[in-house]
Design a protein around this ligand. Sequence first.
Ligand code: PGA
Length: 252
Amino acid sequence: MRTQFIAGNWKMNLTQSSAAELAAGLVSELDGNTDVDVAICPSFGFLAGVAEQLGSSHIALGAQNLYPAEAGAYTGELNAEMLLDLKCEYVILGHSERRHLPDLSESNAFINLKIKSAISVGLKPILCVGELLEEREAERTTEVVEEQLENSLTDITAEQMDIITIAYEPVWAIGTGEVATPDQAEAVHGNIRQWLRTRFSDQIADATRIQYGGSVKPENARELLIQPNIDGALVGGAALSVDSFTGIIENA
Ligand code: PGA
């Protein structure tokens, strides 16, 4: 009932030409595969070039961040309108690197403003949540994830949830090669769905897609993606090559 959704987070990688080449490679490999929803999220600077490669393919474009304000004096920032203008359909918000890099330290309140800003123009947020290793070891995973959901989604209505995807990304699994086991991931995804049921409704809980992220590769994708509450993946490192990204999509 929920279509699997695989998104590639290219982070701060590639060059204008290698980004365009990767996008073109994905278009030619994935042409005709419409069983899975796919998005790629390059750096701001490569959005226009990648959009050109994607053309009318079914691969959607996403950005990795936005600044929640109308146009104005915000040096170095891009807002939701600009991302729409650059042909973005999605935006990753609340990524753990933005929450936890000391010079960024994004709060749930700031992420909430970004979510509201995105949905006000119809840009679809992928909201990332996830616990640190020490939080998992202290058995605080549920508490941390629920607090992130609660405060990132303050004032968001059930209707607005229609365009929001959630990505559960345990911080200890991101870029480390240490993937959560299918059981560990499924347990948290089940809790997130239960939280959505209580906070919104059965309908929203059943319709919202919850991606897993953290060291997803073609070799471990299937065992994660067959879990009942895992509806796709947010992929970092393995999204940077045509073979590994399409290998994950083939397992979805
Ligand atoms: P990874 O990154 O796949 O390289 O672990 C995932 C993410 O940060 O979204």
